[in-house]
Design a protein around this ligand. Structure first.
Ligand code: NAD
Length: 342
């Protein structure tokens, strides 16, 4: 089938995006233009004559960019991710640009990566691998702890957090505390205990973050939370960087207050993550300091990156484009927040 009347400008394209979108496009035959550059007011002009622009998590789609897209003739913004905190939805609505996202693609991809990070951090697997490559087979400094019997706290038990809680409880035999305004009865049935967020932050020996970033959850892990936490705490964040106050985290690491941190996301990751900056000088001193700690393990927003997730992202994104071009309702549309008059 060909449908080349529908053209899609795809920003921030990496080789894996191209591979999976091209495969999904066999069913649609859209005219896809892959652009490596991120979406900016300048690169928005490349979308001239295109009805659809497609972006990822760190593209800043503010009013200025949306104006440029509207001038280019774009009527649909397709986010190939779940989060939409990077889009000015009110401006998009004013300009008549519909916004769609991929609400769920593979919670398993992220939850499995979270457990992988936790195990690597706690058992020093990443450090051991670096040593063995240098023919250093000594075990000094690699002593970890069993997960079995430890108290793990999961903040946010939605699609991803519930899988992590289940793996920790049913798989590893941890005592699992959870904090979420919405209780998952299935987790309660296997022995997960819901507590207030403050109690979780005080009692947990391991904390894994899976709630969304909102004004309420920004810097959930701050200096106060870190000072009240159990000594020897391990923190894993595969959700959003700004859930943690990075400066407070560095202080807690310097004071040997926490045993380790694994981060797949970072507050100021835009412009850094997804790029090869290995020959560049990076100006972000906070990021550079974090990378100096032997007990900080960092990856570049990789938790989603499985074949299954990329396939689902590509299919859902192009299905939204198909629905849009056929004038059908858009099940994955994101609406601008309404101000309540009450
Ligand atoms: P979800 O919406 O299914 O679950 C989020 C849960 O957080 C919900 O149960 C909600 O009730 C709960 N919650 C909301 N406010 C809370 C609060 N103040 N305290 C505790 N819980 C609260 O979302 P999800 O699909 O499980 O995604 C979780 C996070 O993972 C999102 O921030 C998402 O952006 C992030 N994510 C990261 C990657 C990655 O590659 N690193 C990939 C996908 C998603």
């Amino acid at each position: 089938m060909t449908n080349s009347a529908v053209s899609v400008a795809i920003y921030g394209t990496r080789p894996y995006d191209r591979q999976f979108l091209n495969a999904a496009n066999i069913a649609h035959g859209f005219d896809l233009m892959f652009i490596e550059a991120p979406l900016t007011p300048l690169s928005a002009k490349l979308a001239a004559g295109f009805r659809v622009a497609c972006v990822f998590v760190n593209d800043v789609v503010d009013r200025e960019v949306l104006h440029a897209l509207a001038e280019a003739g774009v009527a649909l913004l397709a986010l190939r991710c779940a989060g939409y905190n990077n889009v000015d939805l009110a401006a998009a609505e004013e300009l008549g640009i519909a916004v769609v996202r991929v609400p769920a693609y593979s919670p398993h991809a992220v939850s499995e990566f979270t457990i992988g990070l936790l195990l690597s951090l706690d058992r020093r697997i990443h450090r051991a691998w670096a040593r063995v490559r240098e023919n250093n087979f000594a075990l000094d400094g690699l002593v970890g702890r069993n997960l079995h019997g430890r108290v793990a706290g999961v903040v946010g038990t939605g699609q991803i957090g519930s899988l992590v809680a289940r793996a920790l409880r049913a798989g590893f035999g941890c005592e699992v505390l959870a904090a979420d305004p919405v209780v998952d009865q299935g987790l309660v049935d296997i022995g997960v205990r819901y507590v207030e967020p403050d109690a979780l932050l005080r009692e947990a020996e391991i904390i894994s973050l899976h709630c969304p970033l909102t004004p309420d959850t920004r810097h959930l892990i701050d200096a106060k939370a870190l000072s009240g936490a159990k000594p020897g705490l391990l923190i894993v964040n595969t959700s959003r960087g700004a859930l943690i106050d990075s400066t407070a985290l560095i202080e807690a690491l310097k004071q040997r207050k926490i045993a380790g941190v694994a981060l797949d996301v970072y507050e100021q990751e835009a412009g850094v993550f997804f790029e090869d900056l290995s020959s560049e000088i990076i100006d972000d001193d906070v990021l550079q300091r974090l990378l100096t700690f032997p007990n900080v393990l960092m990856t570049g927003h990789q938790a989603f990156l499985t074949e299954e997730a990329l396939t689902a992202i590509a299919h859902t994104t192009l299905q939204s484009v198909a629905d849009f071009s056929a004038g059908r309702p858009l099940p994955n549309q994101v609406d601008a927040p309404r101000l309540s008059l009450l």
